[in-house]
Design a protein around this ligand. Structure first.
Ligand SMILES: [Zn+2]
Length: 226
């Protein structure tokens, strides 16, 4: 960690992130206790919803952990977490439908998802290397290296920016699939929206957080060059 006054720049993203996580936790706890009138477990429900969309060859499995739900485009697998798989709650249905939204994106080659998938390996390496490269540049007083670190980190910021339309679009598709199915009451659909909106906010927080870190790197670099 590098300490100087610019460290205050990471505070807004950090606080927003904590607040967003608390909201997700609250919404999830609240709506995990609310059963849907249809009474169909989430994995079965999304299988039905995706079937209507013409997606029949997807695997749907359970995975360890809380809120670890994700869709893996490379193996076309939807993995639902412990509180979601097997549950017919409003929260479980909403989260599973969101992941199904990603499956639909894959099926329809949604451009931001494609771009995001291409960036994943680069960003995995980049997010670990950006700061070390940058700090090495400072230690050696070699400014081109500092800017390489900044460029690598800019790719990480671009990635979290591209994540936003991917996530918002998946939730939009989820809301649409659920409401068009005719299986759910308006209250249930509103509950799903509350859960998915809270989750979306965590992605906004992590974008703001990474963007502010980039600003911080630029400010440190500029001062070092004065
Ligand atoms: Zn998602």
């Amino acid at each position: 960690m590098y300490y100087d006054w610019t460290i205050i720049l990471i505070l807004p993203g950090l606080l927003l992130g904590l607040w967003a996580q608390a909201r997700v936790k609250n919404a999830f706890e609240k709506y995990s206790k609310v059963h849907t009138s249809r009474g169909v477990p989430s994995q079965e429900m999304v299988r039905q919803l995706l079937y209507k969309e013409g997606i029949v060859d997807i695997s749907i499995t359970s995975t360890q952990g809380t809120l670890t739900d994700h869709y893996d485009p490379s193996s076309n697998t939807l993995r639902l977490s412990q509180g979601v798989y097997g549950s017919d709650s409003v929260a479980a249905i909403g989260i599973a439908a969101h992941e199904a939204g990603h499956a639909l994106q894959k099926e329809q080659s949604y451009p931001f998802l494609t771009l995001r998938s291409i960036m994943v390996p680069v960003v995995n390496i980049g997010s670990n290397l950006a700061w070390p490269i940058f700090l090495l540049g400072i230690i050696l007083s070699f400014w081109p290296l500092m800017y390489v670190g900044i460029a690598v980190f800019a790719a990480v910021v671009a990635f979290s920016l591209i994540t936003l339309p991917v996530e918002f679009n998946a939730s939009q598709r989820a809301n649409q699939m659920l409401s068009e199915s005719g299986y759910f009451t308006q209250d249930e659909l509103n509950g799903v929206r509350t859960v998915l909106n809270a989750a979306a906010l965590t992605y906004v927080a992590s974008f703001i957080s990474s963007a502010m870190q980039l600003v911080r790197l630029l400010l440190i670099a500029r001062r070092r060059n004065d």
